[in-house]
Design a protein around this ligand. Structure first.
Ligand code: PEP
Ligand code: MN
Length: 267
């Protein structure tokens, strides 16, 4: 089916250009988020990501800065001109997040949270719907339909790996789902090889494969000092690895005639 493109700020996902979403798993401080934003923006990312409210497996893990991160995002988004996406974990967060968020991310743990989906469908912003780690493709498409029925056509799917018998990698990245859902729906599709593999050296090859499989873009986690990261440091790309990823991606994008989206940064 033909893709219905979704606009996130000045960036269009699902058109001819391939979109790279990058940033830290979680926003940790103004200084660090600002630095990572500049690094990924200069290297080729056009959309900035960063967790404000984190859903962590362990209750004693860093849960995100929460509301104090909003002022950080406002400043960094304004300085760089990059549109910003973040996970929303509770519909009550809409009011606070709305002024600084260009698209909401529904995390893997919330794909089945229909109350949240119904609220987000009415929130007036595009939604990136991650696949549940135990979510079948039909359930994922039905979840997307909840958003559409609630009032938005601006839905992007994001494959981020599923839980299988295989434990060598954090998840099993299901790249066949990309052409599969594209044959059956008109939602643009992103691939998140960071959570999909959990292994930095696999992120570039899976990004190239995602592009070749027809994904409209990728979402990757980047940290300037992964060993110090407060969440998902073990899977974070360093800025140098992110540069290399973009360099390896470009010939593949050339071969499939899908140029990398590049928005000029203010700074
Ligand atoms: C994330 O993108 O930081 C995240 C928590 O992803 P997921 O919901 O796919 O686990
Ligand atoms: Mn993460």
């Amino acid at each position: 089916m033909s893709v219905r493109p979704v606009r996130i700020g000045p960036v269009v996902v699902g058109a001819s250009e391939f979109v790279v979403v990058a940033g830290p798993c979680a926003i940790e401080s103004h200084e660090r988020f600002d630095k990572i934003a500049s690094l990924v923006g200069r290297a080729g990312a056009t959309i900035l990501r960063g967790g404000i409210h984190k859903l962590r497996t362990r209750p004693d893990s860093f849960q995100g800065l929460g509301d104090p991160a909003i002022a950080i995002v406002r400043a960094v988004r304004e300085r760089t001109g990059m549109p910003f996406i973040t996970e929303i974990t509770d519909a009550q967060q809409v009011e606070a997040l709305d002024p600084v968020v260009d698209a909401y991310q529904v995390g893997s743990r919330n794909m089945h949270n229909y109350a949240l989906l119904k609220e987000l469908g009415r929130a007036g912003k595009p939604v990136i719907l991650k696949r549940g780690f135990c979510g079948r493709i039909d359930e994922w498409l039905h979840a997307a339909e909840y958003l559409v029925r609630a009032g938005t056509d601006d839905v992007i799917l994001c494959e981020r790996g599923i839980r299988t018998f295989e434990t060598a990698m954090r998840n099993t990245l299901d790249l066949a789902c990309v052409p599969y859902v594209k044959e059956r729906s008109s939602f643009p599709v992103l691939v998140d090889p960071s959570h999909g593999t959990g292994i930095p050296s696999l992120i570039a090859p899976m990004s190239l494969a995602a592009a070749a499989a027809g994904a409209d873009g990728i979402m990757v986690e980047v940290h300037d000092e992964p060993t110090l990261a407060l969440s998902d440091g073990e899977q974070a790309l360093t800025p140098a690895m992110f540069d290399e990823l973009i360099a390896r991606l470009e010939p593949v994008l050339g071969a499939i005639r899908r140029p990398l989206a590049r928005e000029s940064l203010k700074a």
